[in-house]
Design a protein around this ligand. Structure first.
Ligand SMILES: Cc1cc2nc3c(=O)[nH]c(=O)nc-3n(C[C@H](O)[C@H](O)[C@H](O)COP(=O)(O)O)c2cc1C
Length: 223
């Protein structure tokens, strides 16, 4: 086995417990306001902001630190148009016989249908790809816990988007292999999520949903 273990000092971030409580609460309150938004303004987002939220996504933990993700940032109008067209073709089929009735029932209170106007109005689309393996000069190199790792990176991404005051939608047109072709990704890059990002439309509305409370999601084992 190779021994590549090297260390650097860990740089702790220290707060008083009082400050920790304030930070925990204010972060919770910020994240509690996050909603999936499906009505976007066309107002562009400064590139620097998007670069920072993408770097935040890239700071997520990953199996064996393989960082098995690619984030395609699409702001080109023609590419957005093609992505919308292809997504709507797939979604039309899904909503007209492709999805079982139970799934349609579960979606009904979200008010979604096959129209995906937001894929063109949102100023940016972040298309996330997962990489089960990489290929470089040395050949094929396996990645580990790819689903978990990319899911975590997307969680970081959505939190960063919320933190800086933008909105996003977690979108999964089904199937979404067309993204691989339109964005000319390598065969080993698999589409994971399609995330429009931007500002909400002035008249944006969101479904009235319920979130489980703490006691419904936590089971305690201790004093
Ligand atoms: C993995 C995943 C896939 C999703 N796919 C879609 C989608 O294709 N279209 C859509 O409108 N919303 C999609 N959503 C958004 C959910 O409907 C939304 O997160 C949920 O209703 C809770 O609402 P909130 O995000 O505003 O809290 C998806 C969410 C997740 C986590």
């Amino acid at each position: 086995m190779m021994n590549n273990y090297r260390t650097i000092p860990y740089q702790p971030i220290r707060f008083s417990e009082e400050e920790m409580m304030l930070r925990a609460r204010s972060f919770f309150e910020l994240m509690q306001k996050r909603r999936s938004v499906r009505h976007f303004s066309e107002r562009p987002v400064p590139q620097g902001i998007l670069d920072y939220v993408l770097q935040t996504a890239g700071s997520a933990p990953s199996g064996a630190n393989r960082q098995p993700w690619t984030f395609c940032l699409v702001t080109d109008a023609e590419l957005k148009r093609r992505i919308r067209q292809a997504a709507e073709e797939e979604e039309y089929k899904a909503y007209h016989g492709g999805m079982p009735q139970e799934w349609l029932n579960d979606l009904s209170y979200l008010g979604t249908d096959w129209h995906k106007e937001f894929l063109e109005t949102a100023p940016a689309l972040i298309v996330v790809f997962r990489k089960p393996y990489d290929i470089d000069e040395q050949g094929q190199h396996k990645n580990y816990y790819v689903q978990e790792s990319v899911g975590l990176a997307c969680g970081f991404l959505l939190a960063a988007i919320q933190y800086c005051g933008l909105v996003a939608l977690t979108h999964t047109p089904s199937p979404m292999n067309f993204l691989q072709g339109i964005l000319q990704r390598a065969e080993w890059e698999k589409p994971y999520l399609l995330i429009p990002v931007g500002y909400p439309a002035d008249d944006a509305e969101v479904p009235d949903i319920h979130r489980k409370n703490l006691s419904e999601i936590v089971t305690r084992f201790g004093p």
